[in-house]
Design a binder for this molecule. Structure first.
Ligand code: NAD
Length: 508
């Protein structure tokens, strides 16, 4: 058998060098990086001291003063070049995602594809950052609205989408005229260095219009994130991570009236109605609940199944849970890879204990020995619950699917909506009335509501984000770009008199 630990570290280093990251940045630092595949160290990354953050932001702000004047379609050219670099290095970067955070190979590659997709989207967008022309109530007047670059955009990202979340923000911010300062997860700094290197390649090809300080990476933990969040030269901060993090960041941003884009925890549910196609439902539930080892913000965590189909569907699901392949993403074709670390494993154990104590019946959930004691692989858990009690209302970032019975659709919708989070959701069924009721104002209260598919695996064309404790932010497609710009209303008098609005007179 090959020695996966030695192979992983060596392969990660080869990829970083290939992408142009200087060795001393990932070998000589203080931040130890471990691959969840084996638990072995794969790098020691140089950290940014919190005291160095203001200087990085000063450079980014200086870049803003130039970048905002570059025509938007020309800014789009930089993002087009970034997309080219990502296309050329999709295999290498996708592989690094796998090595650093343990995603199975197709999901590592899928994450880079998502980056390419958002670059394509943003290039088109660079010619469409449009405002409105509105009818003025005054004669010989015009009322317009235009969108200007907002300023430096801070990006804080989570470990589980270590590169795609950066691109959702970066591609839009750059075409909108905003430099970006990125604080990636301390659990995934290698992929951040790799993306930084590709961004530099694109900027070098773009030429002098791309000012120094346009894209910066700050490696570090919470203190570095806080320094970014508190800096008055950063008018927009997009923060992706736990609700606990978002609450802290949101409060700090509110204190200085900066604009938050908060993408926080989810506790996503699906409802399986009596008219559902159960073959399709089974496959969709399996991917949504077990894919990425349950470590997606949109992972399916709660399943409400109608009494009429409960025994059939849940019986089949339990069999799939028993047999799904769990294993190393680099040594075979397992569908479920490792948890990120021991803390995630401990949290899963705590949640399963709480579920049992609340009357749940747990199928699976045990540890699987794949690569020894330093890595954490688990068989996904399906837990039949007597109601929405115990840990069901919380997000546990692990592959646990709580299954509940229901009789009446309104009851199922109330259960679905009866948690603090509001990210994603879905319904399975072919009864038009039930499906449309679910999508109506009286239905799902989430930012995303799907039909005949699971709640995970969004595409970039739509706006992504959720309500309630998920934070309310929107990223990616549709009109999410507006979050990266400031709106200005212009009233223009092209006549020779001065009529005042609302009929006010003020003759001097
Ligand atoms: P986390 O909250 O532990 O960390 C996220 C990031 O926030 C990291 O970069 C971390 O260093 C930083 N951070 C933490 N506290 C901070 C503070 N007080 N000030 C500034 N920065 C701070 O999250 P995680 O464990 O990396 O990721 C998992 C969580 O992220 C889950 O809850 C998941 O649902 C959520 N998530 C949400 C989305 C979404 O789009 N809604 C996407 C991915 C992940």
């Amino acid at each position: 058998m090959s020695r996966p630990d030695a192979t992983i570290a060596a392969e990660a280093q080869r990829i970083l060098e290939r992408l142009g990251v200087a060795r001393d940045r990932f070998e000589a630092g203080t931040l130890a990086v471990r691959s969840p595949i084996t638990g072995e160290p794969i790098g020691r990354v140089v950290e940014t001291a919190a005291v160095a953050v203001p200087e990085a932001i000063r450079r980014a702000h200086a870049a803003f003063l130039r970048w905002r004047l570059v025509p938007a379609p020309r800014r789009g050219e930089l993002v087009r070049l970034l997309g080219e670099e990502l296309r050329a290095e999709k295999q290498a970067l996708g592989r690094l995602v796998t090595l650093e955070v343990g995603k199975v190979v197709s999901e590592g590659l899928g994450e880079v594809q998502e980056m390419i997709d958002i670059c394509d989207f943003a290039v088109g967008l660079s010619r469409q950052l449009h405002g409105l022309v509105l009818p003025s109530e005054r004669p010989d007047h015009k009322l317009t609205e235009q969108w200007h670059p907002a300023g430096v955009v801070g990006i804080i990202s989570a470990f589980n989408f270590p590169v795609a979340v950066w691109s959702w923000n970066a591609a839009l911010a750059l075409v909108c005229g905003d430099p970006i300062v990125w604080k990636p997860s301390e659990k995934a700094p290698l992929t951040a260095l790799a993306v930084d290197a590709l961004m530099r390649r694109a900027a070098a090809r773009f030429g002098d219009d791309a000012p120094d300080g346009l894209a910066t990476v700050l490696i570090g933990g919470r203190d570095v994130g806080e320094a970014l969040v508190d800096d008055p030269r950063v008018p927009v901060v997009s923060a992706t991570g736990s609700t606990r993090m978002g609450r802290a960041v949101g409060e700090r941003l509110a204190r200085r009236f900066a604009k938050p884009i908060l993408e926080l925890g989810g506790n996503n549910a699906s409802i399986v109605t009596p008219s559902a196609d159960l073959d399709l439902t089974l496959r969709a539930v399996a991917f949504a609940a077990m894919g990425t080892a349950g470590q997606r913000c949109t992972t399916l965590r709660r399943l409400m199944v109608h009494d009429d189909v409960y025994e059939t569907l849940v019986g089949r699901l339990v069999a799939v849970y028993r047999t799904i392949s769990v294993g190393s993403p680099v040594a075979g074709d397992a569908l479920v890879g490792p948890l990120i670390d021991g803390a995630a494993f401990a949290a899963m154990g705590t949640a399963l204990d709480a579920a049992r104590a609340a009357g749940g019946t747990v199928h699976g959930g045990e540890r699987v020995d794949v690569n020894g004691a330093a890595s954490f692989y688990v068989r996904p858990a399906l837990v039949e619950m007597p109601g929405q009690v115990g840990p069901v209302a919380e997000e546990t970032f692990a592959p646990i699917l709580y299954v509940l019975r229901y009789r009446d659709l309104d009851q199922a919708i109330a259960l679905q909506n009866g948690v603090p989070q509001g990210l994603s959701s879905s319904i399975f069924g072919n009864d038009l009335r039930e499906v449309e009721r679910y999508l109506s104002a009286a239905g799902s209260d989430c930012g995303i509501a799907n039909v005949n598919m699971g709640p995970s695996g969004a595409e970039i064309g739509g706006a992504f984000g959720g309500e309630k404790e998920t934070g309310g932010g929107r990223e990616s497609g549709s009109d999410a770009w507006r979050g990266y710009m400031r709106r200005q209303t212009n009233a223009i008098n092209y006549g020779s008199t001065l009529p005042l609005a609302q009929g006010v007179t003020f003759d001097v």
